[in-house]
Design a protein around this ligand. Structure first.
Ligand code: GLY
Ligand code: MN
Length: 485
């Protein structure tokens, strides 16, 4: 932003500045707290939002609901995700832990949040030393905890050893985020005592219960995240005829997602050509796709903390072979039937069981499965029909797949079949992997498919590839020569 001075201001001034935001804007002074705010990034956040689309009221409501779930006289501790190093002092791109983000909105490392019936939200925040600011920039500290994240109390991290034991002293049970547990609090005598009496438990049982049902602002983000991934994958599909290379398709989908506002991919895209499509979480993405082979792409992006996840498989050459089409049609029918089953009261497990019946029957009819035993089926598809989706790709993993679905829950439906090249069955099916994955929102009356804009019918896909693929320009030809030599 032109003419904006980013500098650290004393607390009193910073507080007034938040309240009197507009007048300070005219003076071109904005506090940098190490992450976007409505003052520093008005293109991303409205006034009153802590993170894009999520208001401070919504964060306060989340904390209130979590406190309602927590037993009396208990305390919750959630630490921020640790920084992971790529090499020496150079970190990987930081990704906040979903629970810490859900409760505080803070996207930065180094903090510990404590939630209790008496103290409300108390945030212990890192303090930036001048050296750190030189290398990493400003970070959110105590001021930001109070002014931006609306904590009830905030202290610098160095005070944790002094203050937290007293808070724990008044509690008979401690719930904490096991994923990000840190010695900063685990090594306190007060915590060790509770561990000894088995009074320290995993908080995710409660946070996942809350995160499972999305609010309307969360759904807005989920829908936008899905829409970005659909647009990016569609363009990548059209690109594949000219650039049949796993690495180029991975690059293309990531570029298109980020150009549409995604901060990052939800996971390393799976781009598997031919037999690589049968490796369920294939990550190498380094092979040329043979003419006539299918490519399977499983992709998703993250938009302001909310993930998308979808899969399509298609022949970049523009025509399914008859063996590919037989398998594809079976997966497509299973996908459609399973999506239709989605409604409140039904569980992912029930939908899964239905998919297994359909796929076993279909694979037998095609002649791929012979015996009645389920072990040969599981070799061709060891996956679940789907999972919950939200801030994490495999979201709310402590919620059972037997749990009846409710309105506001988003799940994936992703039937597939993965036939290795070494398959000891009809040769024509060897080395074919197909998965079709859609995102499904459970509504009051049934479902809404959030990824419906990307085609999955054979005829639609062939028509797209043959009539709308990008032409082979000069750059494309040069790139192809460079890659295939
Ligand atoms: N799309 C990644 C997964 O569901 O495992
Ligand atoms: Mn998935």
């Amino acid at each position: 932003m032109q003419g904006v001075v980013l500098r650290k201001l004393p607390r009193a001034f910073a507080y007034k500045q938040v309240l009197g935001f507009r007048s300070y804007c005219t003076e071109n002074v904005v506090v940098d707290i190490g992450q976007p705010t409505s003052a520093s990034h008005p293109q991303l956040l409205k006034d009153g939002e802590i993170t894009p689309h999520i208001s401070s009221e919504e964060y306060i409501l989340r904390r209130k609901k979590l406190l309602e779930l927590l037993p009396e006289k208990s305390l919750a501790i959630i630490a921020a995700a640790p920084v992971k190093m790529m090499t020496d002092v150079v970190p990987y791109t930081y990704r906040q832990d979903a629970d810490y983000s859900y409760i505080t909105g803070c996207q930065q490392p180094g903090g510990v949040a404590v939630l209790g019936h008496d103290c409300g939200l108390c945030m212990f925040m890192p303090e930036a030393k001048p050296y750190d600011v030189t290398w990493q920039g400003q970070i959110a500290g105590v001021d930001a905890a109070l002014d931006t994240f609306k904590a009830d109390k905030a202290y610098p991290m160095r005070k944790l050893r002094e203050i937290l034991p007293d808070m724990i002293g008044g509690s008979s049970k401690l719930f904490h985020n096991v994923q990000t547990a840190t010695p900063a609090y685990m090594e306190l005598e007060a915590v060790k005592k509770l561990v000894y009496c088995s009074n320290v438990r995993d908080l995710s049982v409660y946070t996942h219960q809350l995160r499972l049902i999305k609010s309307s602002s969360e759904l807005q983000l989920m829908k936008e995240s899905a829409s970005i991934a659909c647009q990016a994958l569609l363009l990548t599909m059209l690109h594949s005829k000219t650039y049949p290379f796993e690495n180029m398709l991975a690059a293309k989908v990531e570029y298109e997602c980020k150009m549409r506002g995604a901060q990052r991919m939800g996971f390393n895209p799976v781009v598997g050509g031919g037999p690589n499509a049968s490796v369920i979480h294939y990550a190498r993405n380094d092979q040329k796709i043979k003419h006539g082979d299918l490519v399977l792409m499983d992709v998703g992006c993250e938009l302001h903390g909310y993930a998308s996840d979808l899969t399509r498989a298609w022949p970049p050459c523009g025509r399914f072979s008859s063996a590919q089409e037989e398998l594809y049609e079976l997966i497509l029918e299973t996908s459609k039937r399973c999506v239709e089953l989605c409604k409140p009261g039904v569980s992912i497990r029930q939908i899964h069981n239905h998919s297994v019946e359909m796929l076993q029957k279909g694979l037998k009819e095609i002649g791929i499965l012979r015996g009645a035993g389920s072990s040969s089926y599981h070799k061709l598809n060891p996956t679940s029909i789907g999972h919950y989706l939200g801030m994490d790709i495999h979201d709310c993993s402590t919620v059972s797949l037997d749990c009846p679905l409710k309105p506001g829950v988003v799940i994936t439906i992703e039937p597939g079949v993965y036939i290795p090249s070494s398959f000891d069955g009809p040769e024509r099916y060897r080395g074919i992997g197909v998965r079709i994955e859609d995102e499904v929102l459970i509504t009051e009356t049934g479902y809404e498919v959030l990824t419906a804009s990307i085609p999955k019918e054979v005829k639609q896909i062939e028509s797209l590839l043959n009539n709308f693929s990008h032409g082979m320009g000069m750059d494309a030809q040069n790139n192809l020569r460079a890659t295939s030599s």
